[in-house]
Design a protein around this ligand. Sequence first.
Ligand code: ADP
Ligand code: MG
Length: 240
Amino acid sequence: MIEIENVRKSFGPLEVLKGINLTVPKGEVLTIIGGSGSGKSTLLTCINGLEPIDSGRILVDGTEVHARSTNLNSLRQKIGIVFQQWNAFPHLTVQQNVMLAQQKVLKRSKAEAAAEAEKQLKHVGLGEKLDVYPTRLSGGQQQRMAIARALAMNPTYMLFDEVTSALDPQLVGEVLDTLRMLASEGMTMICVTHEMKFAREVSDRVAFFHKGVMAEIAPPEALFGAPKDPELQKFLAATH
Ligand code: ADP
Ligand code: MG
């Protein structure tokens, strides 16, 4: 599980995370919603150690992410992260792009990496695109490639940061369907999203962030159906 204990983080004078407490058990699908600048992306980058924290602790399967003794490379293999956009290597095919980190980080042989890439690309519906160059893919296909690339590292946890935000509206559905599939398979996921319908359907719990505070966390029926926090009420009224 992922345990976040009283995590604080500032960028210069700006406190972006103001004491976040959150436990995500294995198998949970947690979505994070909230306005721009509320600290959602920062929390994800702190969870996989891309950003240091100022105080508090983050434990992944009991290992403290920001402890000096922690091997971040091996920890990060457990935690896949997919962003709004991922710039694939244009001179490598889709399959080669999905092989690269497996070979470099996991030291898999070329054959092993190729087989895993094929498996994960088929899984996200890109079985026909193995030998294509990434620039030939649609935005939705590129995001599914990015998801396959993360899955090929066989992570225990997946973090998704607004993976559909840069997409044309007609391409959003195919990527959300991929996330739904992973959720139904039992993947432990934290998804930052603006897609409220998706959040309502797929989440075990939804967390609302406001100005660096997790202002509310509840199962979707409660959070959307009977929001308590006034800022959440405003946020939901504005997104409908
Ligand atoms: P969200 O993902 O909820 O939109 P972020 O976590 O990206 O919010 O950002 C929270 C705040 O921290 C914003 O005000 C943002 O401008 C600021 N911020 C994020 N990253 C950095 C950085 N590397 N340096 C300085 N300020 C940052
Ligand atoms: Mg963000």
